[in-house]
Ligand binder design. Structure first.
Ligand code: NAD
Length: 344
């Protein structure tokens, strides 16, 4: 099986590509390796993948290019002919989207259009792509279910991800392209993103600097361990969406019921208060944090909570790693990575 994994220099794409190589799939990685955060971390991830590929007899190629460049995308599909696509590249980050909307149009909307077109014309058997819990916005009934209306995203980032879901639906419907969108809930773990809370908190606690707790640390988040996300992504990709997919069969919708189109939450189904997440981190680090309590930020939602019954019913999987265990795994990785001399 040849699988194109976009965003494989990124946090989640790296984990997904590693697992696919481990089980013997042929992986085509595609990433522009931008400098949204430390490119050295992305290069280090690519180095690990190259090593893993060495062990799996060279089943790995890497294409460094921009997905917003249609010719580069088409050339990659023409040369490598992937059977399936797992699309994880994106301009991520909620706060950054407040001041940099065009980066999201390029990397999330233009790039996604190029991926859809390439899948359409190259008979790709299944497109699996990342969406986000942010599409749910605020004032949403808990836990968040795929059956709820999500047409009022709060941030521009979420708006572009919701656009991806709608664009995928139209390609599934018009061109019978099997698509599965996965709404990830706050992902954390080894090789994590330096712009996300766990990384920022760890760096500051170790440097003896205060950590910023927005909303006074009273948010709850359905923190989800990256290994569980990678497993869910691969299982969803293996289980190809078919026409009349029954994810919404209890409320048949004539607009979607005959399209090979699915959407699933992937979350831990066990929300944790931010202050408790910090406590787990303090325990793993063996140090106390100095807390700076701040108000809710524009675009932030107070709580997230995933209903994962559709994922479990369809692909037979649900994340399960407890936050304490996952935070310890992150701290172990962080210490090894920086003790090995990686720059900050
Ligand atoms: P990441 O920033 O670590 O990885 C994204 C990768 O995509 C980066 O390596 C970047 O260089 C690449 N990229 C960006 N624009 C590109 C372009 N135009 N062409 C080619 N490559 C490009 O982010 P991540 O945390 O690994 O997120 C993966 C996916 O999951 C994203 O779609 C993100 O929106 C989604 N997501 C992540 C989380 C989370 O908590 N990490 C939560 C919800 C959704």
């Amino acid at each position: 099986m040849k699988i194109l994994v976009t965003g494989n220099a990124g946090f989640i794409g790296f984990h997904v590509a590693s697992r696919l190589l481990e089980r013997g799939d042929h992986v085509v990685g595609f990433d522009v390796v931008n400098d949204y955060y430390d490119p050295a971390l992305k290069q280090a991830r690519l180095g690990v993948l190259e090593e893993a590929a060495g062990q799996s007899k060279g089943n790995y190629v890497f294409v460094r290019a921009d997905l917003a460049d249609r010719e580069a995308v088409n050339a990659c599909f023409a040369e490598h002919r992937p059977d399936r696509v797992i699309h994880l590249a994106a301009q991520a980050g909620v706060r950054y989207s407040l001041d940099n909307p065009l980066a999201y149009v390029e990397s999330n909307v233009v790039a996604f259009t190029n991926i859809l077109e390439a899948c359409r014309y190259n008979q790709v058997r299944h497109l699996t792509y990342a969406s986000t819990s942010s599409v749910y916005g605020a004032d949403t009934a808990m836990p968040f279910s795929e059956h709820q209306s999500v047409d009022h995203p709060l941030q521009f980032y979420a708006a572009t991800k919701r656009a991806n879901e709608l664009m995928a639906h139209s390609y599934s419907h018009l061109f019978r392209l099997p698509t599965t969108g996965l709404r990830f809930f706050t992902v954390y773990g080894p090789w994590g993103r330096p712009d996300m809370a766990l990384f920022l908190f760890t760096r500051n606690i170790l440097a003896g600097k205060p950590i910023k707790l927005f909303n006074g640390g009273n948010h709850t988040r359905d923190f989800t361990f990256v290994d569980d996300i990678a497993e869910g992504v691969i299982r969803a990709s293996d289980d190809i969406a078919r026409p009349n997919a029954d994810w919404n069969s209890d409320q048949p919708d004539p607009a979607t019921s005959n399209a090979p189109f699915r959407l699933f939450n992937i979350g831990n189904n066990a929300p944790v208060k931010l202050v408790d997440y910090v406590e787990a981190l303090e325990e793993a680090l063996g140090r106390k944090a100095e807390r700076e309590l701040l108000p809710l930020q524009p675009g932030d939602v107070p709580d997230t909570f995933a209903d994962v019954s559709e994922l479990e019913r369809t692909v037979g999987y649900r994340p399960a790693t407890p936050v304490r265990e996952g935070v310890h795994a992150f701290v172990d990785w962080y210490r090894r990575y920086y003790d090995a001399g990686a720059g900050r």
